[in-house]
Design a protein around this ligand. Structure first.
Ligand code: PGA
Length: 273
């Protein structure tokens, strides 16, 4: 793995945010996977469970691939792991090709030894009148599991974390939300046609995410450069939900050079050897 650049710290409006820049997305993903594996093993040694907050999308796939490799080659067991996914389209059937249930099974859960009853994703099939109660139960389940130890995040081009789109409040909890048009357009690559992209989703709230003890946000590629810069430099507000992460005591961005290209070079200091 290449050494990452030294951590940059924001010095703009509001608290700082560590950003670690990697030459390749794969290096950043290996770093996060190694951190997760260390946490799982530490907890297993203490006979405790490890609660992970998981994300979908193209960004974290390599984290899951690396964890699967560690399971196969390094005997990393997920026996003590409990997972909560950030979000799911609504409505959607779990077996549907675009559902996050299916995504997580295919990219991760089918390949590891996790206990299926320890896996949680918001359900896209709950009756509309039961959704708010269902969302409260999801929150309750996270609390009863002891809270999320480490949350993986991506960032959407709207600045969303989970599906907390612009306008989402700092104290929001798991709930039904309307997807931003930019987000729906980005999902056309999966659904084939804008009309087929759901208008709604169930997502953990900003507050739910901020309660995770560690947060690791991954962003790769030129198309994320502008929003990464804004998330780090803009005023902290609902206009860009990812800015709320700057108040967290252990949140970190892991980015590649392309996603970091709008940040000033001085931000990163001297590369480590
Ligand atoms: P992506 O999505 O990983 O597919 O870029 C990130 C997000 O929308 O959070």
């Amino acid at each position: 793995m290449q050494s990452p650049d030294v951590v940059g710290m924001t010095h703009q409006t509001g608290p700082s945010m560590p950003v670690v820049r990697f030459r390749e997305p794969a290096d950043a993903c290996k770093r996060v996977a190694a951190e997760i594996a260390a946490l799982i093993r530490q907890r297993a040694a203490e006979s405790r469970r490890c609660v992970l907050g998981l994300a979908t999308g193209s960004t974290p796939i390599r984290v899951y691939r690396e964890l699967i490799r560690m399971h196969r080659e390094e005997r990393l067991s997920f026996f003590n792991v409990v997972t909560f996914n950030l979000d799911e389209y609504y409505p959607i059937k779990p077996e549907s090709a675009q559902s996050y249930h299916r995504f997580m099974s295919e990219h991760f859960f089918n390949h590891i030894d996790i206990i299926r009853s320890n896996v949680h994703l918001p359900k896209g099939t709950v009756e509309l009148e039961n959704v708010s109660g269902y969302c409260r139960d999801y929150e309750e389940l996270i609390l009863r599991s002891g809270g999320i130890d480490l949350q993986i995040l991506g960032i959407g081009r709207t600045g969303h974390i989970g599906f907390n789109e612009p306008g989402a409040k700092r104290d929001s909890r798991t709930r039904l939300v309307r997807l931003d048009t930019v987000t729906r357009n980005d999902a056309v690559k999966d659904f084939g046609d804008l009309d087929r992209v759901p208008l709604l989703a169930i997502t953990m709230g900003v507050e739910t995410i901020l309660q995770a003890r560690r947060i690791r946000l991954l962003a790769f590629g030129e198309h994320k450069a502008r929003i990464v810069q804004q998330a780090i430099e803009n005023r902290i507000s609902s206009a860009l939900p990812a800015t709320f992460l700057r108040g967290h005591r252990d949140a970190q961005y892991l980015v590649d050079y392309d996603a970091a290209q709008c940040l000033p070079p001085s931000f990163f200091g001297t590369p480590l050897q």
